[in-house]
Design a protein around this ligand. Structure first.
Ligand SMILES: C[S@@+](CC[C@H](N)C(=O)[O-])C[C@H]1O[C@@H](n2cnc3c(N)ncnc32)[C@H](O)[C@@H]1O
Length: 312
């Protein structure tokens, strides 16, 4: 049963992120203010403070102690809807160092990696910490997230975002400043997620870190990255046949008889490549289906091509 008195965010709800608190607004809560144009601003409630915008100022005290889902008015008469943010909205409005994984892809990654309470997952790079929030939320208190990031300035942005979302630094989150290709020390992981320019450089270390049956999910923006990754996995062996997918999200305009897809959409975010780790020594039976004619012909120069074999 929901604990409506848990306004301070203590107890189980705190582990799920600030937005999971219910009840009246309290000091320290994240509040998402939506202006009449639908633009969202996220603030942290502080007694006596004011939120200043070109649409006037808004005292936090006008929100404190009141229920979620109210409309508050700034000094110049602009109305703002006040709600606790959901993670999708928070991610799109939070400060960014690197480009974030969009909510539609983060949700798919959680599914493809088979994450749930108690799972242990590693990710690189942490970037702005968007995916980190989804991973932490899906594995819960009983699980663990090990994040790796090469650049300190991004690690700092990510830490700020994760702490802001959860209201504290989750104890089951380990952030390592280092290179996933060399510094990954965990073993028997349930899943690894790679979001970086050259994921194939991390395959050796990821192979040692995943438990047999564990899932690797890679997020890459271009077809050339996707091809190089998949062919490197095939040459390396020890992986199930990689699967690739992308998802397109189209929002809709809803007004009277004008119910139609929105004119604008984000046409491309990235491709998701998934594979599972085989038991040590296992070799996949040869594929029944022959490669398409020319797939590995003389024009093919990628991993596993004739030109790839070092000369004696
Ligand atoms: C696109 S960002 C990741 C965004 C992140 N997934 C998010 O949702 O906010 C890619 C990050 O990978 C980091 N990176 C690239 N190669 C890496 C490696 N081998 N080990 C650790 N971090 C790496 C980069 O510094 C960069 O911050």
């Amino acid at each position: 049963m929901p604990d409506d008195d848990d306004t301070a965010g203590t107890g189980d709800r705190a582990a799920l992120g600030g937005s999971r608190r219910r009840g009246t607004f309290a000091v320290g809560d994240l509040v998402q203010l939506t202006d009449p144009r639908g633009k969202m601003h996220t603030i942290t409630l502080t007694q006596g403070a004011s939120y200043h915008t070109h649409r006037g100022s808004l005292p936090h005290d006008d929100i404190l102690g009141r229920p979620e889902g109210i409309v508050v008015t700034s000094s110049n008469g602009t109305s703002f809807l006040a709600l606790r943010p959901i993670l999708d909205d928070f991610v799109l409005s939070m400060p960014r160092g690197a480009q974030v994984i969009y909510p539609k892809d983060a949700a798919r990654i959680v599914g493809l990696a088979n994450l749930g309470a108690g799972a242990r997952v590693a990710e690189a790079g942490v970037g702005s910490g968007a995916l980190t929030c989804s991973l932490l939320r899906s594995v819960g208190d009983a699980g663990a997230v090990y994040s790796y990031e090469r650049r300190p300035e991004f690690a700092e942005v990510a830490t700020g975002n994760v702490v802001k979302w959860f209201g504290h630094r989750p104890v089951n989150w380990t952030l390592t400043l280092g290179d996933m290709a060399h510094d990954l020390i965990q073993r028997d992981l349930d899943a690894v997620v790679l979001d970086m320019l050259a994921p194939w450089e991390c395959l050796e270390s990821v192979a040692s870190a995943l438990a047999p049956g564990g899932v690797l999910v890679c997020y890459v923006a271009t077809t050339t990255q996707m091809s190089r990754l998949v062919e490197t996995m095939r040459v390396q062996g020890g992986w199930t046949e990689p699967r690739a997918e992308e998802s397109l999200l189209r929002t809709w305009h809803l007004e009277g008889l004008a119910v139609r897809p929105d004119h604008r959409m984000n046409g491309h975010t990235a491709f998701l490549i998934t594979s599972r780790r085989l038991a040590p020594g296992t070799v996949l039976p040869p594929r029944k289906r022959r490669p398409a004619p020319g797939a590995y012909g003389e024009d093919y120069t990628g991993p596993g091509s004739i030109r790839d074999v070092p000369e004696e």
